[in-house]
Ligand binder design. Structure first.
Ligand SMILES: C[S@@+](CC[C@H](N)C(=O)[O-])C[C@H]1O[C@@H](n2cnc3c(N)ncnc32)[C@H](O)[C@@H]1O
Length: 255
């Protein structure tokens, strides 16, 4: 029995409002995909209308916690399989129909734990849930980016150092992983020490518990050519991929 994951992270609203240059979300229908206990809504700077906030997540306990704090918002359990968060869920379950379209769909640190094939599939499904001029924004971690802060090294070095401090890696193993990942467009670090470089294959003997997925900016640009790929803000380490539905429509031929 794994402990349900309850996120204590703060600052998500401030992050997305800065990335989207949008301070007031009043009157907007908002879907927080992988929103956990609703930290986006709980952010002290949040301008989201509680009754227009929808949180979808694969962790039932997180949604129950969110509902206690914000009963007027909408908390929807999505029983999709996720090895880290919902190992008893249904593999490949489509996102449920919520009976509405959304002006804003955001996902903070969800595709940082999701295999790329699933990310591409879920992004397509989320795009279909936007209003005609709606926006989808989600974060990803570029392994080579040096995030602002006290740690003067790349995001991947930061992750490996964290795993080393937890006793999962030796100094030697850490440098070996850095060397193997250095030119990769994307890769996954499973259970803090198994590296899958540009492959979703994981050794059968490895029982997955954690999976950190890293994508370079260039990789995201090539896979989401209609998106804006923005560097981190507010001292966060995550980049933002912003897709505006209005920009996806074919231009008027007479124009
Ligand atoms: C690192 S946490 C971030 C939580 C929240 N966005 C925050 O910033 O506090 C990742 C969240 O994504 C959820 N998640 C993972 N895979 C998901 C999926 N396929 N659909 C919906 N939620 C998912 C997890 O249950 C977890 O709550």
């Amino acid at each position: 029995m794994i402990e349900p994951f309850l996120s204590t992270k703060t600052g998500q609203f401030s992050y997305f409002s800065k990335q989207l240059h949008l301070a007031s979300w009043q009157g907007k229908e908002v879907l927080d995909f992988g929103g956990n206990i609703g930290n986006l809504l709980r952010d002290p700077n949040s301008t989201i209308d509680e009754e227009r906030y929808w949180c979808l997540d694969v962790v039932k306990e997180a949604l129950e916690r969110g509902k206690l704090l914000h009963p007027k918002a909408h908390w929807v359990f999505y029983n999709r399989y996720s090895f880290s968060f919902n190992p008893n869920g249904v593999v490949g379950l489509p996102i449920p129909d919520l009976g509405r379209e959304f002006d804003l769909i955001v996902a903070f640190s969800v595709f940082t734990n999701t295999k790329p094939s699933e990310m591409f599939e879920l992004v397509e499904q989320l795009k279909a849930k936007l209003t005609a001029d709606g926006t989808l924004a989600f974060t990803f971690i570029d392994p080579n980016h040096w995030s602002i802060g006290d740690f003067h090294a790349s995001n991947f070095q930061w992750r490996l150092e964290d795993e080393r401090k937890r006793g999962l890696l030796t100094e030697r193993e850490k440098y070996d992983l850095l060397r193997r990942a250095q030119f990769a467009e994307w890769f996954m670090l499973v259970n803090g020490k198994h590296l899958s470089v540009e492959s979703e294959a994981i050794e059968p003997s490895v029982e997955e518990k954690t999976c950190y997925v890293f994508h370079t900016e260039d990789y995201m640009r090539s896979h989401f050519p209609d998106a804006a790929i923005l560097p981190p803000v507010n001292n966060e380490m995550q980049h933002c991929c912003v897709i505006k539905k209005g920009y996806l429509a074919l231009p008027d031929k007479s124009y």
